[in-house]
Ligand binder design. Structure first.
Ligand code: NAD
Ligand code: AKB
Length: 315
């Protein structure tokens, strides 16, 4: 039976993934942790503890005391925030992963999930239909940490048999918890601004194509990968996941279908260079072939749910 630890349960992904894991494996079998408090749904539906993932001793204590078998390690500093504090972000992103991998090896955890990102690619990578295996020269501290992380998880699998699984998430779009300091955050912020003020100043230019994915598709993909038979996984770094490809102008046009007087203006900041260095859309055929990656949301369906749910929250 699975006994699961979620690290980073208060973030954009953790706040939804924790609830989905509890639905599947039972509330008491999913221990949620974060360095900051969880929302009421997470702390009210099962065990929650404050944990700084850098505190190796406390992490080990929880893993042993709770007899944890599976870890979802989501704590990280995302691309935009990491550029403001490069060394501290490198330290958190890498040391937290090494803590989890080492304890996974020592305690013989059954499975670990650790997300990578489209940030592993860089300006020399082909931007369209980016292959699973290609040139990878990221030029952000976040991307460098994700690429190094991918190398380490593959190493721990090959050398010690630690069963770590990973997805290169694109930008994730959700309405429950706001995004955590990344370059793709505009695609969440825009919905709140459109509903609150009918206008949005975008920090990326109108033609900045990026891969994005609706949260429920991301959660389904994560759990499908974790449930997949190990014999089906042809790679142990991280799987490309494409989702939907669009740019701010196309997203604004979609929002105008619901809010016709919505206005978008553009004032690119330092995140433009990050977006320009990332793929526009990705080839995810390896994930589809190995373990059956599927999506349920395209741009119109995603926008419809975002507008409906954020209106319910705000109005
Ligand atoms: P987020 O910033 O919303 O959440 C991260 C959580 O980690 C926060 O709740 C934060 O409090 C917690 N945290 C930070 N430092 C911690 C520490 N020392 N100990 C314990 N908890 C700590 O991020 P997210 O969007 O939920 O992303 C989760 C993971 O998915 C990250 O690894 C991120 O790189 C990856 N990812 C996210 C996206 C996306 O679009 N959201 C895309 C690609 C990859
Ligand atoms: C970010 O923009 O930093 C994240 C990501 C794509 O990894 N959303």
């Amino acid at each position: 039976m699975e006994k699961i630890l979620v690290i980073g349960c208060s973030g954009q992904i953790g706040s939804e993934l924790t609830l989905e894991l509890r639905k599947i494996y039972g509330n008491t079998n999913v221990i949620a942790t974060d360095i900051r408090p969880a929302n009421a749904e997470v702390s009210g539906s099962g065990p929650f503890e404050i944990l700084d993932v850098m505190d190796t001793a406390k992490l080990q204590l929880i893993l042993e005391h709770e007899r944890i078998t599976h870890v979802y390690h989501l704590a990280a500093i995302l691309s935009g925030n990491a550029e403001k504090r490069p060394l501290a972000s490198w330290d958190i992103n890498m040391r937290s992963l090494m803590n989890v991998l080492e304890l996974g090896r020592e305690l013989k955890l059954k499975k670990i999930f650790w997300p990578s990102s489209i940030a592993v690619f860089g300006p020399t990578t082909p931007r369209y239909n980016t292959p699973q295996f290609t040139v990878m020269e990221p030029n952000t501290v976040y991307g460098i940490s994700k690429l190094a992380g991918e190398r380490w998880i593959e190493y721990y699998y090959n050398k010690y048999g630690v069963d770590v699984r990973s997805l290169r998430y694109p930008g994730l779009i959700s309405y429950k918890t706001e995004a955590g300091g990344g370059t793709t955050d505009y695609a969440v912020e825009i919905f709140y601004a459109a509903i609150r003020k009918k206008k949005y100043e975008c920090f990326l230019g109108p033609e900045s194509d990026l891969p994005m994915m609706f949260m429920s598709d991301a959660i389904k993909a994560t759990i499908d990968l974790m449930e997949a038979d190990a014999s089906k996984l042809s790679l142990r770094s991280s799987y490309n996941v494409a989702g939907i490809c669009f740019n701010p102008r196309q997203l604004a046009d979609e929002i105008k279908k619901y809010i016709p007087d919505f206005e978008i203006t553009y004032k690119p900041d330092f995140r433009q260079a990050i977006a320009d260095s990332w793929p526009a859309c990705i080839d995810d055929s390896v994930a589809k072939k190995d373990w059956g990656l599927v999506y349920n949301y395209d741009l119109p369906k995603m926008a419809e749910v975002m507008i409906r749910e954020i209106r319910k929250k705000l109005l």
